[in-house]
Design a protein around this ligand. Structure first.
Ligand SMILES: [Cu+2]
Length: 324
């Protein structure tokens, strides 16, 4: 009955780690026939206190394994008794009861303090663009095995260096806005530390816009089709409209506005038939998408009514090729 109770007590607790700056004492019960918990993890300077709960049955606590016994930490004793040992050096310390060596074994893991990690650059809340470096420091008594970095919940990337580390991030593949950067240091003993900052990605909004269908044509007669190709290069969430205009006597006049739906990293062509053209002379056609600074234009060079001759236009935000 006593034996059965002891085995049940031994099952739930396999390990107990008490990470604390103050020296701690971890209790282990010595019962018939085992140690509970059989494995404990402590920090350097912490102690393990064995308490006999075995009635009149004697047990010992001996360093090592039955085939390779070391020092006797606690000699023959029966209940009630306690025996305390302080561990100052990182390592794994096996022990056993010399009276019941096959049944009663335990282990003390002395772990280094958890590693520390800081992200020094960029500052939390900074605005970033293009490719930027994330850097910081890490330390552990057990050494730093690696530091990894990820942004926006992406894949962990291994940084260069360990105690001083850095990693380049290409922000142009991300949409603009607030992103979380996480760093994770893994110490030589497997313990980890993490640090997190938030940065604001603010790259120029890049939308390429072409007026299509006019390239190489010397004339368009009747009811010309005007088309624009919109390529959303990724950091604009959604492009929702194209405005077509023509310039006549120094004024830009609306031809029509076409609703579109171009999410990031996609290309779409929008076209329509301009059925009410009546103009004579040379004039420009331009297309504008939202964000409204993106302009593409084609330049009409023919002097005959309903005749277009255009060059291929490739405009990005804020750049008007008429001025090139
Ligand atoms: Cu024993």
């Amino acid at each position: 009955m006593v034996v059965a109770f002891g085995i049940l007590m031994a099952l739930p607790l396999l390990s107990a780690y008490v990470p604390t700056a103050e020296a701690a004492t971890v209790d282990v019960s010595v019962y018939n026939f085992g140690f509970n918990p059989s494995m404990v993890s402590i920090a350097p300077g912490d102690s393990v206190r064995w308490t006999w709960n075995s009635g009149g049955t004697p047990h010992t606590v001996v360093e090592g394994t039955p085939g390779s016994a070391g020092a006797t930490w606690c000699g023959y004793s029966t209940s009630p008794n306690t025996c305390t040992k302080t561990f100052s050096t990182v390592g794994t310390y096996d022990y056993f009861c010399s009276v019941h060596p096959s049944a009663m074994r335990g282990s003390v893991r002395v772990l280094a303090a958890p590693p520390t990690l800081t992200i020094d650059s960029p500052a939390d809340g900074a605005t970033v663009s293009g490719t930027f470096a994330v850097s910081g420091t890490a330390s552990s008594d057990a050494g730093i095995a690696k530091v990894e970095v990820r942004i926006a919940g992406g894949i962990w990337q291994t940084a260069s260096g360990t105690t001083a580390w850095s990693h380049g991030i290409d922000s142009t593949v991300l949409s603009n806005g607030d992103k979380t950067i996480e760093a994770r240091a893994t110490a030589g003993d497997g313990q980890t530390a993490t640090a997190t900052i938030t940065v604001t990605v603010a790259n120029p909004e890049v939308i390429d816009l072409w007026l299509r269908g006019l390239q190489g044509q010397t004339s368009l007669t009747g009811r010309p089709t005007i088309a624009a190709q919109v390529q959303n290069q990724g950091n604009v969430d959604l492009v929702t409209s194209v405005l077509f205009e023509y310039e006549y006597k120094g004024e830009w006049k609306t031809i029509r506005s076409e609703g579109i739906n171009v999410p990031a990293f996609t290309i779409e062509v929008v076209s329509f038939t301009w059925s009410d053209i009546w103009l004579y002379g040379r004039f420009d056609i331009r297309a504008t998408v939202d964000p409204t600074n993106v302009i593409a234009e084609d330049d009409e060079t023919d002097n005959q009514r309903k005749h277009f001759a255009a060059f291929y236009a490739n405009f990005v935000k804020g750049k008007d090729l008429r001025d090139v």
